[in-house]
Design a protein around this ligand. Structure first.
Ligand SMILES: CC(=O)N[C@H]1[C@@H](OP(=O)(O)OP(=O)(O)OC[C@H]2O[C@@H](n3ccc(=O)[nH]c3=O)[C@H](O)[C@@H]2O)O[C@H](CO)[C@@H](O)[C@@H]1O
Ligand SMILES: C=C(OP(=O)(O)O)C(=O)O
Length: 417
């Protein structure tokens, strides 16, 4: 198993390019199932979850061609509606084939998904929505078996805001008979990106980015070409690491509008932030960050996918910061590992009280999930001495060439097999 070795305690200084967003690329790749014409995508990030999705699509008979960040997916030859456990278990987003398979083929057999162990993560709202659209669904032997001769438009109110739930139903509704209204829908930029791509394929979706999305079903979707939006969580991860090392980091090919809640917190932490249309520059001017309070919320609130990185920031900041996680019930596993680097963290239910230490010291640690791993990398870069991070396959699921990009910023980081 690969590990990362970090020699920490040095300022990051430099420029790094953001990749395309994992959480937009994954649903958009699944959207290709809805059409029998090619979907050409640009800015697709090279990371393990994308590879797994392409393998899953390939196994269903979908034709895939990849040249760098350009991926062409053609679902004309699709021949099966089964998403097997072996592939689905590694990746939460594989549930996103359910809606498209059901809409296009009238049938889907999808293993219950895996992914980051950050909470129970049920899919009841995905299933409830599809049932409201006329699907018959049974869960048996670890598989969701769904059937519908033709999905019908429906009025669906989500009990809880769900990102992939909104995406799955939006895709299913694109080919349903009649109009679907999704109430209390997720407003994440990745939901908007999916809606834009579907509309480029001929779907009739309006309201994406608000809490009410209206989808007029169409008979078929056609070929399209689309560019995936930048990864706001990857961008935010580089900025936090820059702040923790009292450095200067410029992220290019990104979109500052996607990171409002995160940039506010970085400014509160004492960072000087400068933005342009497609870049964000953070400069700590050599100063130690100040601790900040963070309360995770659905978009446009503070993203849970940046919570671990801000906990790491508070570990080395001046003062005490309170982190409240409201989305996932088990997303504090990084706290125990950060304590190995000398952090002062008290956990009380879904709250973590973090008192910053002047210095952290390197230690062997274990990555437990994707953003926990990113937090450990940032902490390792700020800690004095050597940090060795084990189980980095979590990191490879969601970051493209992470160590190469950090090296570009001056980090002393290497991968060992
Ligand atoms: C591939 C992808 O885009 N993953 C993102 C997506 O995950 P994902 O879409 O899985 O997360 P959700 O938005 O669905 O989860 C939000 C909350 O709703 C609950 N819930 C969800 C569905 C359901 O049917 N029933 C239910 O109770 C979940 O347990 C959780 O407590 O949004 C999360 C929240 O921003 C991010 O952390 C993930 O990075
Ligand atoms: C939790 C995440 O991913 P997933 O939903 O794919 O497990 C994430 O991207 O932080």
């Amino acid at each position: 198993m690969d590990k990362l070795i970090i020699e920490g305690g040095f300022r990051l200084d430099g420029e790094v390019r953001a990749s395309g967003a994992k959480n937009a690329a994954l649903p958009i790749l699944c959207a290709a199932i809805l059409s029998d014409e090619p979907l050409v995508l640009h800015n697709v990030p090279h990371l393990q979850d994308v590879k797994t999705t392409l393998k899953l699509l390939g196994q269903m008979g979908v034709a895939v061609q990849q040249h760098g960040s350009r991926v062409e997916v053609n679902a004309a030859p699709i021949r099966t509606h089964i998403a097997p456990y072996e592939l689905v278990k590694t990746m939460r987003a594989s549930i996103l084939v359910l809606g498209p398979l059901l809409a296009r083929r009238g049938e889907a057999q999808v293993s219950l998904p895996g992914g980051c162990a950050i909470g129970a993560r049920p899919v009841n709202l995905h299933l409830m929505g599809l049932q409201a659209m006329g699907a018959q669904i049974e869960v048996e032997n670890g598989f969701i078996n769904a059937r519908a001769s033709k999905l019908r438009g429906a009025q669906i109110v989500f009990d809880t805001v769900t990102v992939t739930g909104t995406e799955n139903l939006m895709m299913a509704a694109a080919l349903a008979q009649g109009t679907t209204v999704l109430e209390n829908a997720a407003r994440e930029p990745e939901v908007v990106d999916l809606a834009r791509c579907l509309n480029a394929m001929g779907a009739k979706i309006r309201g994406a980015g608000t809490t009410t999305i209206v989808i007029d079903g169409v008979d078929r979707l056609h070929a399209a070409e689309y560019t995936i939006l930048p990864d706001r969580i990857e961008s935010g991860t580089f900025l936090v690491a820059g702040a923790m090392t009292r450095g200067r980091v410029r992220v290019t090919h990104t979109d500052p509008n996607l990171l409002d809640a995160v940039l506010v917190k970085l400014q509160q932490a004492g960072a000087r932030i400068r933005t342009g249309e497609d870049f964000i520059e953070l400069d700590m001017q050599g100063r130690r960050p100040r601790a900040v309070n963070v309360h995770t919320m659905p978009h446009p609130g503070f993203p849970t996918d940046m919570q671990a990185q801000f906990m790491a920031l508070n570990c080395i900041a001046e003062g005490t910061g309170i982190i409240t996680e409201t989305i996932f019930e088990n997303r504090f596993q990084h706290a125990l590992e950060l304590q190995r680097l000398g952090a002062d963290i008290k956990l009380e239910g879904h709250t973590a009280i973090v008192t910053g230490r002047e210095r952290l010291t390197g230690a062997p640690v274990m990555a437990t999930d994707l953003r926990a791993s990113a937090a450990l990398v940032a902490a390792g870069l700020a800690a004095e001495g050597q940090t060795c991070i084990d189980r980095i396959y979590h990191l490879d699921r969601g970051y493209e060439r992470l160590e190469a990009k950090f090296e570009q910023l001056g980090a002393r980081i290497r991968r060992i097999a």
